[in-house]
Write a protein that binds this ligand. Sequence first.
Ligand SMILES: [Cu+2]
Length: 510
Amino acid sequence: MKPATGLLITGISILFIRGQYQYSISRDRKCQQYIGSHGNIEITQEDDSVFCFHQHLYQSALDASPTDAMLLYIRELLWKSLSRCHGNGSEEWRQWLTKEKVCNNGTCRMEERRINICKKGQNESKTKATTSKGCRMNNADNGNSNNTCEVRRTNHTKAEKKAHHCSWIRKEVRAMNRSEWTQFVNRLNILKEAIPVRGHRSFVPYDVISDLHRSNESLHSSHGGPNFLGWHRMYLLLLEAAIGVPIPYWDSRLDYDMTDPTDSILWTSEFFGPGFGLEDSGPFANWKTPDNESLVRNIGNNGSLVSSDMVKTILRYRRHSRAVEPILNSIEDIHEGPHRWVDGQMSSLETAPQDPIFFLHHSFIDYIWYMFRKKLRKRGEINPALDYPCKGPESHHSYATMFPYGNLPNIYGYSDHLESLTHYVPSPKCPDCGNSAYLYCDHGIRRCKSKAVTAQTSNIRNEKIKKIRYRIRAIGIIHLGRKFELHIIDQRTRGDTLTFLPLIDRVVNV
Ligand SMILES: [Cu+2]
């Protein structure tokens, strides 16, 4: 991809007013100041660099190939997220992102690289146990690497050992300082801007990214099996590459333990914005989805937040095969509860990432997986990078491609390399609860809880319910896609799930 030239927009100034957030971004786009050592625009400490970075990247992709521009744009973004810590050291993985040249009788063409997938009927029970030292992970075909769930030994390279110096440090959202949170939110809002490019329609990077989750091919690759974990890990890294700051995690255990989790401080303008009805205040106020809908929520309607017991159950499993779908109480299974609990866009597979709290919820789910892998390593029986279970539909087999991430095989999602790109600051614990102003220690259960916004008197509660009904009525007709499953239901939920019309089909570019 050649670097773009002459795409600098100057002299525009935009003032954002989002509820209590008010900030001005100088659109005196002096994008040259963000040109890095390789001649490309890089994301820096300045929020404005995010705009310049995406404009430059997409314009470069258009200049290189107008027909494949969106694909090139996504792949460059992906490459940026994967090479973050290793530079050219990750060249091994770059090949999976590109097509390969196939020549026959002197004619050459570029073809998607095809890779092998698990044998039909093969499953993890046929594999021998692994040791973390020797990693003897034999498969049913005894080393025949064609058409098998091959599990190769991956040694930690020097670069991987160094990685956590440059990995994303993710924190619980209430344990961040305010400037970190404001920067995260500001950058999401920049991503949600329509970015002009020369000779083509402007594009909204956030919508491009949220649409990656939407196509049938993506949904088959990302849900209902072992690839759920790796696919969403990649997805989080992609957004981080796009905004240049880590995604906080929403540890919903801190809310689950409250008497009424809908009272959490999170559902205010200081954090996620309103939990009931239209998003008309807070950091994502008045966002329009690519389906031209307003963001809506109806928290506590159904489903369940994640409880401490659910996480403890997961952490007791000894193999990935127990922790992934289609088994109940798998990581994917418990992840569905908060999707349904929030309602609105979050409750549907096609639209969930349109609400930015999707990424904070998935950051927490990824943290649970991260803790699970740590446990596996500690026990010394299994190397988690090699413990990819052969189960689920073909799109989830180890060497099926992880659509739409180039030609990366699903098993890459379990690699130590991918894991090394992220580091989690442990969730706040008693007694200091991360010194967060938004949490307190409940000494009775010896766990931190979120602070509430309202007192628990019946008058206030009745008023609140009236307000909820009023806000919900104001929504009007919203179109939504297929709902996440509903296996785990918190008894405290109200059962008043919003009714929606089916999603109107729309062409998705990627
Ligand atoms: Cu998903």
